[in-house]
Write a protein that binds this ligand. Sequence first.
Ligand SMILES: [Zn+2]
Length: 53
Amino acid sequence: MQYLYKQFLLIIPMTEKVWKCFRCNLTFKSQELADMHKEISHHSITRVKAIVA
Ligand SMILES: [Zn+2]
């Protein structure tokens, strides 16, 4: 039973972290872009999890 449980964990879809600006409703795939936007607009960026299909 324990073995089957471990197998199940491996097939859970990978999640990717993205950065989001809720003010502009923009999503950034890299931290560099998010930081750039943060510097230019002084908006706060939130790190969120996005499920990759
Ligand atoms: Zn923004």
